[in-house]
Design a protein around this ligand. Structure first.
Ligand code: KG4
Ligand code: ZN
Length: 337
């Protein structure tokens, strides 16, 4: 089965062609980061307009690269939610219009399910069940995953998401928007233990997180130490986040008795986090899996893949009716019947 994936939930237009036999044939992403940078955040109306401009040329590009003609597609998967309503509508309308024109099924995919299943696009591929750490700009969750659509929330952030904490802290340090990758790069040049920042909820006894207090601690430290200490402050921030994320992953594995950990979402690209989890895995004898690096952040490949898994498991596509779901909890999903 050949399936086109369309992602447009936020500030990236992602397209991909996935083949259930041959794997990922092509994928392309257009990031709107430069366009939103002047505003310090995503401007929803500008995001929607840009998705409109990009979606058709990107589709042509991935089809050409994959060597697949439109008539050879078996289905189209698109991000139905959660995300920005206007942005979601672009991908959703496009996917459903094209599917109707081609006479093939379309399937709406939950964006976080896409992230959650994206490590299955890598080799080696984790077997179910596993613990998933979902760390993106909008979410920080620990889940138990027993199969497609079989997700149990074990813990989540009470305030900022991990990626959001990276972005806001980067902004405080004058590193621009979205600062996660820039902050992480700077942190890698600093001394992680010159300053000690709090590890929020490290010993809370549950699997929840809280990151909003860290910003304030960074702000205070930066005021006191000045910009000369910026790299060391960034490093102290990064190690504090990594400490908490790693400890809660270990606790989730212990609590469930599972031995496989899967990391997904934009912060999963963070080098320090990967190094720490690899070290913990070796020491504590569990396995850890990541999506391919370029599929950590938003992309069409994870949407095509999740759609393919659901269709193959027998889920039927909606017949001509579609709508977006800007707010949509992962817990509302069920296994394909
Ligand atoms: O999954 P994603 O692309 O979008 C959402 O669905 O939110 O994640 C984007 C988030 C941003 O907050 C970004 O700053 C963060 O992931 N991020 C990173 C790194 N690369 C991306 N955070 C820390 N270190 C990185 N290397
Ligand atoms: Zn995402």
């Amino acid at each position: 089965m050949k399936i086109l994936g369309v992602e447009s939930s936020c500030d990236e237009t992602g397209l991909a062609v996935y083949d259930t036999e041959a794997g990922l044939l092509a994928h392309a992403i257009h990031s709107q980061v430069a366009m939103h940078a002047d505003y310090g955040g995503v401007v929803p109306e500008l995001a929607s307009r840009d998705h409109i401009r990009r979606v058709i040329p990107l589709t042509r590009g991935v089809m050409r690269e994959a060597g697949v003609a439109l008539g050879e597609l078996d289905a189209i998967a698109y991000t139905q939610g959660p995300g920005l309503a206007g942005a979601l509508l672009v991908g959703t309308s496009f996917a459903n219009a094209l599917a109707a024109a081609l006479g093939i099924p379309s399937i709406g995919v939950h964006h976080l399910e896409g992230h959650l299943l994206s490590p299955l696009l890598a080799t080696p591929r984790p077997e179910f069940p596993f613990i998933a750490l979902l760390v993106s700009g909008g979410h920080t969750q620990l889940m138990r995953v027993d199969g497609v659509g079989r997700y149990e929330l074990l813990g989540e952030t009470l305030d900022d998401a991990a990626g959001e904490a990276f972005d806001k802290t980067a902004q405080l340090l004058g590193l621009g928007y979205p600062g996660g990758p820039a902050l992480s790069k700077l942190a890698d040049t600093g001394l992680a233990y010159r300053f000690k920042l709090p590890r929020p909820m490290l010993n809370s006894g549950d699997l929840d997180f809280s990151f909003s207090g860290l910003k304030t601690a960074v702000l205070t430290l930066n005021r006191k130490e000045g910009d000369a200490a910026k790299a060391d402050i960034a490093a102290a921030f990064q190690v504090a986040v990594v400490d908490v994320l790693a400890a809660k992953c270990v606790a989730a594995l212990k609590k469930t008795g599972l031995h496989r950990l899967v990391v997904a979402g934009g912060v999963g690209a963070n080098r320090a986090l990967r190094q720490r989890l690899d070290a913990e895995a070796e020491q504590r004898r569990f396995e850890v899996f990541y999506p391919p690096l370029e599929l950590c952040t938003d992309n069409g490949a994870m949407i095509a893949f999740a759609g393919a898994l659901r269709l193959r498991a027998g889920q039927t596509a909606a017949d001509g009716r579609f709508g977006v779901r800007p707010r949509w909890a992962l817990g509302e999903l069920s296994a394909p019947a």
